[in-house]
Design a protein around this ligand. Structure first.
Ligand code: SF4
Ligand code: MG
Length: 325
């Protein structure tokens, strides 16, 4: 499969009055054409900032201190705002947890969805609106003509998310980024939206980058997954590997936390302690403050990446010998 996106050692540091937040700190991953890749971690792990970095929807005080994000021959981290505007919606688009942060309350749904076609393909407003109605139909919104003429507040949460997905796919992007797209929705609607995203991905042959804390979604949607913690990747694996043979102590903890939480019906798990502050993150392995297997070296030095199979790699000192062999 062809490589669509290659992110290497990406670092996003944000200056705040409390200090520099190392929101994304040396993250390396890739997405192939037609692939569905998950970035999974607890809240505060920097996974949203990783996604927002690719769209360059980063805070004003944020700067990329290192790394690259190559997409179709260009480094997304170095493009001007003008160049990025040509890419957003057309080559890469994004679906958010709360559609209202992205939808303009004052513009009719159909006009908002069609906007990218007016801007990038020179369609008339009328023609773009008609195309929007078609795409609303594709995302299975009932009476799409009526909905296109409505304003965001007139739609339910689930319908708004469908509208946002319509807006994300109308420009036929090759990469769709979804950041916790179902977290704000009821359970039944969640399942529908996940199914819809899967269907859209298959039908349009696009690549999906799914940002989530929910391993159930990963199991359902992703081909491969990156487990992130405190601004760094801990493990990468094929979706079966991550559930069958997790290697990193953090991945294991995340997995055992879903079984724990299935009983309470709650989404994410419980791991003792909290994600460390990204302002002054721990030296060495970021997980050492919570890791049951931590050794002295873990406190001092960052673990290297160790490959354990064709598709699985782990950043953990426990596997360092395997790499030397
Ligand atoms: Fe635990 Fe050390 Fe591995 Fe980090 S490197 S996960 S602290 S054993
Ligand atoms: Mg988030």
């Amino acid at each position: 499969p062809e490589r669509l996106l290659t992110v290497e050692e990406m670092c996003l540091h944000i200056d705040t009055y409390r200090g520099t937040v190392r929101a994304v700190d040396g993250v390396t991953f890739h997405v192939d054409q037609g692939e569905s890749v998950g970035i999974v971690g607890e809240s505060g792990s920097g996974k949203s900032m990783t996604a927002l970095s690719l769209m360059r929807f980063t805070p004003l005080a944020g700067r990329f201190t290192a790394g690259s994000a190559m997409f179709q021959g260009r480094d997304l981290l170095k493009l001007s705002e003008r160049e990025m505007r040509k890419i957003r919606g057309k080559d890469i688009s994004m679906v958010f947890q709360d559609p209202m942060t992205f939808l303009n309350p004052l513009i009719r749904i159909g006009d908002q969805i069609g906007e990218v076609l007016v801007e990038h393909e020179g369609l008339s407003r009328r023609a773009a609106f008609n195309r929007a109605v078609e795409v609303l139909r594709q995302v299975r919104i009932p009476s799409p003509e009526d909905v296109a003429a409505q304003y965001p507040h007139q739609l339910s949460g689930g319908m708004r998310q469908r509208a946002l997905i319509a807006m994300a796919i109308i420009g036929a992007p090759s990469l769709l980024i979804a950041d916790e797209p179902t977290t704000a929705l009821d359970v039944t609607v969640q399942a529908q939206i996940i199914e819809l995203l899967r269907g859209v991905k298959e039908k349009h042959g696009l690549s999906l980058l799914m940002i989530t804390h929910d391993l159930g979604i990963v199991a359902h949607v992703c081909d491969r997954v990156y487990v992130v913690y405190a601004g760094r990747i801990m493990e990468e694996a094929g979706v079966f590997e991550v559930f069958e043979t997790p290697r990193h102590p953090y991945t294991t903890a995340l997995l055992s936390s879903i079984t724990y939480d299935e009983e309470s019906g709650d989404g994410i798990g419980y791991i003792e302690g909290t994600v460390p502050s990204l302002i002054d993150p721990p030296e060495g392995c970021r997980f050492h403050t919570r890791c049951p297997a931590a050794m002295p070296v873990c406190r001092r030095l960052q673990p290297p990446r160790t490959r354990v199979s064709e598709t699985q790699s782990v950043y953990c000192w426990l596997y360092e010998e395997a790499q030397d062999e």
